[in-house]
Design a protein around this ligand. Structure first.
Ligand code: CA
Length: 224
C-alpha cells in the first residue's frame, strides 16, 4: 500500500512514517498543504492522511478538491481536540475516518490498514454510475444487468470516465490517458471511440450517461 501523509509537524510526520514503513507501507510525506495537494491529486495512493491546519492549502480544502475531482481514495483526517466543526465538515466532505491529536501512532497505523483493506475489497473493484457497472477485477461491464462487450481500449476509456463522474475530459486528456502517446490532437480518434462506446453503453436507453460538452470534451454523468 502507498500512503500519503500531509502533516506540517515534522516530528509527528516522522513518527508516523516510521510506524507505517515498519508495517511494510510505502510512504510519502509532505509538510506543506500546496505540495500535499499536488501529491494527492497527481500520484496514486491507497490512503491519504491529512492534517487540518497546514501552511498553504488546509486539509479540508485538499479533501474538498479531491472529492470534487471524483477521487475516492480513503482519507483520514488528523484533527485537534478543539476542531469539532472542522471534523464534522471533514466527514461531510467525504473523509472516511479521523483521529484526534494527540494519538498513538500505532492506532493511526491500524486505522490506515483497515481503510486500505476496506478500499481494496469489492467496493473498490466495482465502479458504478446509476445502472452502469464496471468490474475492474473481472473486467465485466453491464448496464441494467445487461452485459456489454467492450474492446480493451473502450474499457480503459470507460474506466477513466467512471473514475471521475461529472468531470469533463478534453480530447487531449483522453488521448493522453487512454492512448498514452502523442497522437495528433487534431485527429478525431477520441470522437470515434466515444461514439462507439456511447452506442454500446447508452444504446437506446432513455438515460444517456455519456455526455458531450460542446467545444470542450466528454464526461460521464453523475456527481462524485
Ligand atoms: Ca498542523
Amino acid at each position: 500500500m502507498k500512503i500519503l501523509i500531509v502533516e506540517d509537524e515534522k516530528k509527528i510526520a516522522s513518527l508516523i512514517r516510521k510506524d507505517l514503513e515498519a508495517r511494510g507501507f510505502v510512504v510519502d510525506v509532505s509538510h506543506h498543504g500546496d505540495e500535499g495537494y499536488t501529491f494527492a491529486t497527481t500520484r496514486p495512493y491507497d490512503v491519504v492522511v491529512l492534517d487540518i491546519m497546514l501552511p498553504g492549502r488546509d486539509g479540508l480544502s485538499i479533501l474538498r478538491n479531491m472529492r470534487e475531482r471524483g477521487m475516492n481514495v480513503p482519507v483520514l483526517l488528523l484533527t485537534a481536540r478543539s476542531e469539532l466543526n472542522e471534523r464534522l465538515e471533514g466527514l461531510n466532505l467525504g473523509a472516511d475516518d479521523y483521529l484526534t491529536k494527540p494519538f498513538y501512532v500505532e492506532e493511526l497505523g491500524a486505522r490506515i490498514q483497515a481503510l486500505g483493506r476496506r478500499a481494496s475489497g469489492n467496493a473498490r473493484s466495482l465502479l458504478k454510475i446509476e445502472d452502469l457497472t464496471l468490474n475492474l477485477l473481472t473486467r465485466e461491464v453491464s448496464r441494467a444487468n445487461r452485459p456489454i462487450e467492450l474492446t480493451n481500449r473502450e474499457f480503459v476509456l470507460l474506466e477513466r470516465l467512471m473514475r471521475s463522474p461529472g468531470r469533463v475530459f478534453t480530447r487531449a486528456q483522453i488521448l493522453e490517458q487512454v492512448w498514452n502517446s502523442d497522437f495528433d490532437p487534431g485527429s478525431n480518434l477520441v470522437d470515434v471511440y466515444v461514439q462507439r462506446l456511447r452506442k454500446k453503453v447508452d444504446g437506446d436507453s432513455p438515460e444517456r450517461l455519456i455526455e458531450t460538452i460542446r467545444g470542450v470534451g466528454y464526461r460521464i454523468r453523475g456527481s462524485a
